[in-house]
Design a protein around this ligand. Structure first.
Ligand SMILES: *Cc1c(COP(=O)(O)O)cnc(C)c1O
Length: 362
């Protein structure tokens, strides 16, 4: 007899991270995982190195210093914050806590793939609400959710599309959901957005007990290797997450580096500014090559390729990889004709544009 996991587990297709290797190329340019091209805050690196002196000690299981620093920098209440091993872990914990077999989970059509994994791990059923022009539709999400969805996951801005919903739409979404549906607003890219009508969901989460906002240190803080994220919600939800998380889920070097990173507003400002410039460059240059680029407020762009022999996204991916430029195919999201490109350094972005010009000409 073989051991059988719970029903549904073996249906899960494991998450495939962005590729890091290009065959035969020693130092490829990795633009497949939306990592920060500027590295991380020098202060965060120093704090990480200092933490190496005490690797024999368990971390602070409550991540008190880190939560205090987040609270100080964001104006949020430290006792309504929980930290996780990446925001990924927090999404998993929400699923573990609130979902059971047959429960309904709703996401937008091109929602982040982790939401599917979270639903499947609990035997819940994922319903995807259709998008228009790669942008989430509040009406479609509300229709899919009805009155019995357990969780609605929405990344704002979304990955892999880079699009966002303005504050009034997020509030309309929340207002249309019953109080028994948990609205999870995944704000992994919030710090990059400077559109006037964008709003973080923290005010909604402050005033309602069915809203969770998640944030990450993996993107604008450039600490993806350390796996660190946080969630903000009503105390009742934070209490639940504190019961189900591992007692030492966040490690000490991550706590130290994260505490320094959240305070380094200069590094965050530089990262956002660099991103703004490079997004504009990419949109303009790729558009100039005749490629459709979905307007993005994240640190990446979704680039659409023609349905022409030799010029499809798969061809472009092979061509770029052979030149050591690694992008992210998004067929797993149901967008087989596009590639997602992280905004890298100016030199890297220029290299991608030049290579794509060559590819399209050939
Ligand atoms: C990158 C990303 C995250 C961050 O995940 P971590 O586990 O914190 O690294 C979360 N949500 C979305 C939509 C992302 O793109």
């Amino acid at each position: 007899m073989t051991l059988e996991p719970r029903p549904g587990i073996l249906d899960i297709r494991p998450y495939k991270p962005g590729a890091a290797d290009a065959p035969g190329i020693a130092n490829p340019v990795k633009l497949s995982s939306n990592e920060n091209p500027l590295g991380c805050s020098p202060k965060a690196r120093e704090a990480f190195e200092a933490a190496a002196k005490s690797l024999n000690l368990y971390p602070d299981g409550g991540a008190v210093k880190l939560r205090a620093a987040i609270a100080e920098m964001t104006g949020l209440e430290a006792d309504r914050i929980v930290c996780g091993t990446g925001s990924d872990e927090l999404l998993q914990l929400l699923g573990r806590s609130y979902l059971g077999p047959g429960d309904k989970v709703v996401q937008s059509q091109y929602g982040f793939l982790v939401y599917r994994l979270v639903a499947m791990q609990s035997g819940a059923e994922l319903v995807s609400a259709p998008e228009t022009d790669y942008r989430a539709s509040v009406d479609a999400i509300l229709e899919a959710a009805g009155d019995d969805a357990k969780i609605v996951f929405l990344a704002n801005p979304n990955n892999p599309t880079g699009t966002y919903l303005p504050g009034d739409e997020i509030r309309r979404l929340h207002a249309g959901l019953p109080s028994t549906t948990l609205l999870v607003l995944d704000e992994a890219y919030a710090e990059y957005v400077d559109e006037a009508d964008y709003e973080t969901g923290v005010d909604l989460a402050r005033n309602h007990d069915n809203v969770v906002v998640t944030r990450t240190f993996s993107k604008i803080h450039g600490l993806a290797a350390l796996r660190l994220g946080w969630a903000y919600a009503d105390r009742s939800i934070i209490d639940v997450l504190n019961r189900v998380r591992g007692p030492f889920n966040v490690n000490a070097p991550a706590i130290a580096a994260g505490t320094a990173a959240i305070r380094d507003t200069e590094f965050q400002r530089r990262s956002a500014e660099h991103n703004r410039e490079q997004l504009a460059f990419l949109r303009q240059q790729l558009g100039g090559l005749g490629l459709d680029v979905t307007p993005s407020v994240g640190n990446f762009v979704l680039v659409h390729f023609p349905d022409t022999d030799g010029k499809r996204a798969t061809d472009a991916d092979a061509f770029l990889t052979s030149r050591g430029l690694i992008l992210r195919p998004v067929a797993a999201y149901g967008i087989p004709h596009a590639l997602r490109l992280t905004a890298g350094t100016a030199v890297q972005n220029r290299a991608v544009v030049n290579a794509l010009a060559e590819f399209l000409k050939a």
